[in-house]
Write a protein that binds this ligand. Structure first.
Ligand SMILES: *Cc1c(COP(=O)(O)O)cnc(C)c1O
Length: 412
């Protein structure tokens, strides 16, 4: 972890800095090719929203799309909609819309259930695919808690020993005892980005399978699942993909594993012939094998509409703007916040930075409450971290400047 303490001993609100940074922000916004996409979202007036890494903003078309699903598809067409409105095939259809954002060819991503449930399917499925005789499941020791809880249960069920490791030591810990490795692409607390190509390569060199949790990367930066031969991956859709509160998650099962993927939750939706209603289970081919039960249509179709915000968006351009935004925010924090008041816990190196900036400070909870009351919405993570998520489709450089300036006022 890069723990750079900001120690630029400047006057926190030097009027010259203020003018320079505000002018730069205006210029950067004017030159930003993604700035026009902000119109694709409905955001409250006067609010700088830096919590899209927790709950994405509302895409403008979603209210109308949901009203159509409720009134016409459900209210008028009733049961016909399973077929006529494409409800039955929604999990794979929407999976194929997420696929390009995570570098997956069609036919490998299914949408449904929560990230927690998909982690369970992926981990048990991976353990069942692993070479015989392997005894360990490695899991990121710093992980978002649900991943650790689910991994512990999945390991217990499949007879593996759970071995928590710091991601910086994960590659060294992989050996011929390792069956499965579970890592987060970006650490939710610090915003640190892990080296997916190298760690995937290390897992494969050890003969293990790897499961990546993409909750904090899908929609923020290119992932390259196919290019790096990832085995399985999961992620949620209500963060950078803006699917709405509790929108269904997704699971990626690489095509080469689909034939042998043995889901621990083989519900009737994953059956080769669900409507044959046979007592014997026969798994579907392809991505549908990761389905479980009846899909959650209202929130799934809200997500489908939300994905319209990605029309004609190049994820490489999103990454470039995300890095420019977080660089600029860090620069503004250094100029406006008194030296020593906050400590940057997000790596400064681009190759190790996700799309958020985390600042450690005393009294972080109270600082965030004050920021929110002044219209800057980020969040707090225990015990002492302020998190600011940068979502390039609707956050601009002037927003970053105002957020840092407001933070400076609170410490000033
Ligand atoms: C947000 C997040 C989750 C959320 O899981 P749910 O099942 O949707 O509650 C899981 N893992 C990570 C790493 C996350 O960031």
């Amino acid at each position: 972890m890069s723990d750079a303490i900001l120690q630029d001993p400047q006057d926190p609100q030097d009027p010259q800095d203020l003018q320079d940074l505000q002018a730069r922000a205006a210029r950067l916004d004017a030159e930003d090719p993604l700035a026009k996409h902000r119109e694709r979202f409905t955001l409250p007036e006067g609010v700088v929203y830096l919590d899209g890494n927790s709950l994405g903003a509302l895409p403008a078309g979603v209210p109308g799309a949901v009203a159509d699903v409720v009134h016409r598809q459900w209210g008028e067409l009733l049961i016909r909609s399973w077929d006529e409105s494409g409800w039955w095939t929604a999990p794979e259809r929407i999976g194929d819309r997420i696929a390009p954002l995570i570098g997956a060819a069609p036919g490998q991503v299914t949408v449904g259930d929560s990230t927690s449930v998909n982690l369970f399917k992926a981990l048990v499925g991976a353990a069942r695919l692993a070479a015989p005789g392997r005894t360990r499941m490695l899991v990121d020791a710093t992980t978002f808690p649900t991943d650790g809880y689910i991994a512990a249960s999945a390991a217990r069920m499949t007879g593996l020993d759970l071995v928590p490791v710091d991601p910086s030591e994960a590659a060294a810990a992989m050996d011929d005892r390792t069956a499965v490795v579970l890592l987060n692409h970006v650490d939710y607390r610090t915003g640190r980005l892990h080296d997916l190509p190298a760690l995937t390569g290390a897992a494969h060199a050890a003969g293990a399978l790897i499961v990546w949790d993409l909750c904090h990367t899908a929609g923020a930066l290119p992932v390259g699942l196919d290019a790096h031969a990832v085995d399985l991956a999961v992620g949620c859709t209500y963060k950078y993909l803006n699917g709405g509160p509790g929108s269904p998650a997704y699971i990626y099962v690489a095509e080469r594993h689909q034939g042998a993927f043995d889901s621990p939750l083989p519900g009737w939706n994953s059956h080769a012939e669900p409507f044959a209603m046979t007592p014997e289970y026969a798994p579907a081919q392809g991505a549908a094998r990761a389905r479980v039960g009846t899909p959650d249509i209202l929130s799934m179709l809200a997500l489908e509409s939300a994905l319209d915000a990605w029309e004609d968006v190049d994820i490489e351009a999103v990454r470039a703007k995300s890095l420019a935004l977080t660089d600029f925010f860090l620069e503004c924090v250094a100029a406006y916040v008194p030296a020593g008041a906050v400590e940057v816990v997000t790596p400064l190196e681009h190759a190790r930075r996700g799309s958020q900036v985390s600042l450690r400070t005393d009294g972080a909870r109270a600082v965030m409450t004050e920021l929110i009351s002044r219209g800057i919405v980020g969040d707090f993570r225990a015990p002492d971290v302020l998190r600011f998520g940068f979502t390039p489709l609707y956050v601009g450089f002037a927003d970053a400047e105002r957020a840092a300036r407001t933070l400076g006022h609170i410490f000033g």
